[in-house]
Design a protein. Structure first.
Length: 415
């Protein structure tokens, strides 16, 4: 088993669930802090797979299981830099070390490398860990010009690994802010959350035996998944699906949204040089409560259905209940349609959660209907729901009045 450390995002329970969905035979070894975990996987996680993680800013792979002290780290660093030509750049990502210890570690590492005839420089300091942007710019993440060692003090022992993943913050910002169409009149789905939803969808497709995700040998690649978003809006989920090579189907009741989605996909294709003949996409106007007439059944449905009207303050309980009833009606129509016209297709979706001074309002009736239609909620292995009695995960930023309930559904076709 391969051992990893993950520095999780601001929703650590969802980040852990995403890792459980992505990493083969995921096993949570230990929670070091609320947003730092150690885990094992039978898979040697690749940079390509890690780049599609939305909920984990940094991941390190363990490089030694020896019982080492901080005095041993400079030599270990020198070994990791052996393949780097020219002047090497290094950094340390740590937890549990005191500032004076980290300050000495940087100096001692620089001195050791100098004695070995190795020119070097370091980024970061005891006051501030190296940001992801600098790790990419310095050629540390890909190992072309250096490396970062991750050191976690766990009691009296040190966990030491090499940072192999750091989220590309600039790329996220570009896709979120620079795309031609952004509709601020509706809830803006973050690209990172869209990635997480797609990862849950791929896990669901794999766990239900989709042949496209079966192991392949040699240089042969799996055929692309067909991803359908029937509430596409301006296309955040379709854009992220396109980036990972999935064939995209996207529809929306709003013609304005459809046009915006098409413009954003065209922009992304130009920016990332993704040809339509290589990664097809189709966008059209449709009410998600009306029958889907598709030439090919999608492998997964990944969508943010509807969150109701955007709010600038917490809704009174009566207003929240009114919005809930309207959303329940739309959800019921969509799932009744999906059960009939997309039988057996897993669905990853988002339901709204309204927060007010006395608590929260969640959808209720839809769960009974889902059971009648043959849908069953699930979560990745070892992951517990964060709300008692609801097999789901809740995504919410502190300043939001409407949260998102992530629901992963497999569909049992009734005979």
């Amino acid at each position: 088993m391969n051992s990893y450390a993950a520095f999780l995002g601001h929703q650590p329970h969802i980040s852990t669930a995403e890792l459980a969905a992505v990493a083969e035979n995921f096993s949570l070894t230990k929670t070091i802090f609320k947003n730092i975990i150690l885990f094992e996987s039978s898979e040697d996680l690749t940079p390509e797979k890690l780049s599609n993680l939305g909920g984990t800013p940094y991941i390190a792979k363990r490089i030694t299981e020896e019982s080492l002290s901080l005095e041993d780290v400079p030599q270990l660093l020198g070994n990791e830099l052996s393949a780097v030509k020219g002047k090497a750049t290094f950094s340390f990502r740590t937890f549990g070390l005191r500032k004076p210890e980290l300050h000495s570690l940087y100096r001692n590492a620089k001195t050791y490398l100098k004695k070995k005839g190795r020119p070097s420089r370091y980024v970061g300091s005891e006051n501030k860990l190296t940001p992801a942007v600098l790790l990419h710019d310095a050629g540390i993440v890909d190992g072309s010009h250096g490396c970062e060692l991750t050191i976690i003090r766990d009691g009296d022992a040190l966990w030491i690994g090499r940072t192999i993943c750091a989220q590309d913050v600039d790329a996220y910002t570009k896709r979120d802010m620079d795309k031609p169409v952004r509709d601020t009149t509706v809830g803006l789905l973050p690209p990172k959350l869209a990635q997480m939803l797609l990862n849950f969808g791929e896990w669901m497709a794999k766990s239900t035996g989709n042949p496209k995700l079966a192991p392949v040998t040699g240089k042969k690649k799996n055929p692309p998944l067909l991803v359908f978003d029937p509430f596409c809006g301006t296309g955040v989920i379709p854009m992220e699906a396109l980036l990972r090579g999935s064939t995209v189907l996207a529809s929306d009741l709003s013609l304005k949204a459809v046009n915006g989605c098409e413009k954003n996909l065209d922009w992304l294709r130009k920016e990332e040089k993704i040809l339509k003949k290589d990664v097809p996409s189709t966008v059209w106007k449709q009410d998600a409560q009306k029958p889907f007439e598709l030439k090919e059944k999608p492998d997964i449905v990944v969508t943010e259905t509807t969150l109701g009207p955007p709010l600038t303050k917490a809704a009174p309980l009566r207003e929240a209940e009114k919005m809930k009833n309207e959303v329940e009606r739309i959800e019921a129509g969509f799932f009744e349609n999906a059960a009939k016209t997309l039988p057996g297709v897993p669905v990853v979706c988002i339901f709204p959660v309204w927060f007010h001074s006395k608590g929260e309002v969640r959808l209720e009736k839809i769960w009974t209907l889902l059971g009648k239609l043959g849908y069953q909620a699930t979560l990745p292995p070892g992951i517990k729901p964060d709300t008692p009695g609801r097999l789901s995960l809740t995504y919410r930023r502190p300043d939001q009045f409407v949260g998102r309930e992530i629901v992963i559904l497999k569909h049992r076709v009734k005979k």
